[in-house]
Design a protein around this ligand. Structure first.
Ligand code: AMP
Length: 209
């Protein structure tokens, strides 16, 4: 199953993506994590991405598309993955479609976690405070100033993807203002239903005979 999890910063994408990935046994691909690892390792991509990320802007499409292309060509991700934080622009979405078409695959579903923008600022500020309390490193881009620009970027660049995927019948939305467990339950139900349908289709076409 090839899934995307979509939603503004602070909506809980990462938390839910990890759960879905564990439950389905599919790799979770977070472009934010890949980019932070590149920054940490001081690679060329990391050096190009660092300042952009700290300012809450988007890393250029061609860089992100390259790291995603490399990752989804690996044997463990050729058929199954959940993408978290990618695509973030229409051009990345088109790039992903092209990559999948070359590999003879397609997306199964896009899961959207919907949260109003004004709630998110509080959430991220709390997330940073909690991480600091636990003695964990706080992401540089979790400051209120950077978050404002991340939210703006989301509204301008990423939110149009909701319509892009909805028009293709791939979008399933969940209210992200509910408690984490309720969001997780709804996402699980949506994914299970889709898996059930896939299994039925495979039986009818004899794929699993
Ligand atoms: P995240 O961990 O998904 O919140 O991403 C953290 C930061 O990494 C973002 O604010 C962007 O600067 C950068 N980033 C992550 N994914 C992408 C992407 N698909 N396109 C462009 N920039 C990205």
């Amino acid at each position: 199953m090839r899934l995307i999890i979509l939603g503004p910063p602070g909506a809980g994408k990462g938390t839910q993506a990890v759960r879905i990935a564990q439950r389905l046994g599919v790799p979770q691909l977070s472009t934010g994590e890949m980019l932070r690892a590149a920054v940490q390792a001081g690679t060329e991509v990391g050096m190009q991405a660092r300042a952009v990320m700290e300012g809450g802007a988007l890393v250029p499409d061609h860089i992100v598309l390259r790291i995603v292309a490399e990752r989804i060509e690996a044997p463990d991700t050729r058929q199954r993955f959940i993408l978290d934080g990618f695509p973030r622009t229409i051009s990345q979405a088109v790039g992903l479609d092209d990559l999948l078409a070359v590999a003879g695959g397609k997306l199964d579903m896009v899961l959207e976690i919907r949260v109003e923008q004004d709630v998110l600022l509080d959430r991220i500020v709390n997330r940073a405070a909690e991480a600091a309390r636990r003695g964990e490193p706080v992401r540089k881009d979790d400051s209120p100033e950077t978050l404002r620009s991340r939210l703006h970027v989301y509204a301008e660049e990423t939110a149009p993807l909701v319509d892009y995927y909805d028009r293709r019948g791939l979008l399933r939305s969940v209210d992200g203002l509910q408690p984490i467990e309720a969001v997780a339950y709804q996402l699980r139900t949506i994914v299970d239903l889709a898996l059930g349908e896939e299994l039925c289709r495979d039986r009818i076409t004899g794929k699993h005979e």
